[in-house]
Unconditional design. Structure first.
Length: 401
């Protein structure tokens, strides 16, 4: 069993070296898992609008946008999200600087009440990715979290190997599969470490392996190569993978179709739409002869995968849809890479996926704690065997944590 002994000591060493960083990433991962739901709950009073009793229709998109931009003068609007629910306020976004809610019936804006929470969660994200470092220090933080994440991957795999008992009996499996209520001290920590590790190993493996793909270009490129593709260069252009589309102005005097008309074409093409996000055009230079197409990101009801969206490029002068890029249009490598991204956060399976990811991240905190406790008792605790609860612990089992 010399190989098992080597694996055990490597497991212990990796845990001692990476344990603190793993705990930080796990703790922050729990906090940011439900970021979207937390922010929406805080904004529950300003996210909804009152539909007029007289049945009046909402204002045209162009007029809503003009009024909203006037109310937030001084901030550069970059996108407008429109919902198919008439009681849902629209969202005018300012890049990474947040946004405001817009009443589509009046064009009035309301500030988000979740700004403070958003700032706190952003800090948690910086700790999760870069250990709270900023500027040039982010490269150091990224290197540390990436290396510790790889160590965590080894801990998950080696821990599953070490979990297997030498003899498969009911007596040996009981403390490995379920909690022993009367155990204390080292026996309790050993029991908790094995039980929590076993039941969370599959989810933790997915979370940690996908984190490696996100952290390292070589791991991301490996996903494409395994799919038989050459890794693509850094992606640019609109969200969803659609390439930037430039079109020539048909006539110097030509006026573009209204945003209302352009969105109507999109709605007609996607009758099951739930929300659309309009990337606002750059209007600083209205005399350009070459301009960008209007890009709209569409999310539909019952779409699969749940995280997917479709990017539509619209010619604002000729009144036609130029391109449609959805998940089905991506290459196998690109599809796999997207799945990696959203499996890591649990978003791939909606609220239940997030709950499972958050629970596994929380469980890993106990793995770190019990692992440190067992290591402390191994190096500084009393030697010799003794009974603690229903599990006998002796110093003659060096390959069990």
């Amino acid at each position: 069993m010399r190989f098992r002994k080597y694996i055990f000591w490597l497991h212990l060493l990796a845990g001692l070296i990476a344990g603190i960083v793993v705990a930080i990433m796990s703790f922050t991962g729990v906090l940011i898992a439900f970021e979207e739901e937390i922010l929406e709950w805080i904004d529950r009073d300003v996210r909804h609008v009152t539909v007029p009793d007289n049945g009046a229709a909402r204002l045209p998109v162009d007029e809503v946008l003009a009024r909203a931009v006037l109310n937030v003068s001084g901030r550069q609007a970059t996108a407008l999200t429109i919902f198919n629910d008439s009681e849902q306020a629209w969202i005018l976004r300012f890049g990474r600087e947040g946004g405001v809610y817009v009443d589509p019936f009046t064009g009035m804006t309301r500030e988000m009440q979740s700004q403070a929470a958003h700032g706190f969660l952003h800090v948690m994200v910086t700790w999760h990715r870069w250990l709270g470092m900023s500027g040039d220090g982010r490269d150091v933080g990224r290197a540390l979290t990436g290396a510790c994440n790889l160590a965590f991957l080894f801990l998950v795999i080696s821990g599953f190997y070490l979990w297997f008992p030498r003899r498969w009996t009911q007596k040996t499996l009981r403390p490995l599969l379920w909690f022993v209520g009367k155990s204390r001290g080292r026996a309790r920590d050993w029991n908790w470490h094995n039980v929590i590790g076993f039941w969370n190993a599959p989810v933790l493996f997915v979370l940690v392996a996908t984190a490696a793909v996100i952290s390292y270009p070589w791991a991301s490129n490996l996903v494409y190569r395994l799919a038989g593709e050459e890794p693509p260069p850094a992606r640019r252009g609109p969200s969803g993978g659609a390439p930037a589309v430039e079109i020539a102005r048909p006539d110097p005097e030509a006026e573009p179709w209204s945003l209302e008309d352009q969105l109507r074409w999109v709605h007609d093409a996607f009758p099951l739409w739930e929300e659309v996000t309009l990337r606002l055009p750059d209007l600083e230079d209205e005399e350009r002869t070459v301009i960008g197409a209007t890009h709209v990101s569409v999310k539909e009801a019952r779409q699969w995968p749940r995280f997917s969206s479709t990017t539509v490029s619209v010619d604002p002068y000729r009144g036609e849809i130029l391109s449609v890029n959805g998940f089905a249009d991506f290459s196998p490598g690109r599809k796999a890479r997207l799945w990696m991204r959203f499996l890591h956060t649990g978003e791939a399976f909606g609220i239940w996926g997030k709950a499972i990811a958050a629970a596994a991240s929380f469980a890993s905190l106990f793995l770190v704690w019990t692992g440190f406790a067992l290591s402390w008792r191994r190096f500084f605790g009393k030697r010799g065997g003794r009974k603690t609860g229903s599990v006998r612990v002796t110093s003659r089992k060096p390959d069990k944590i």
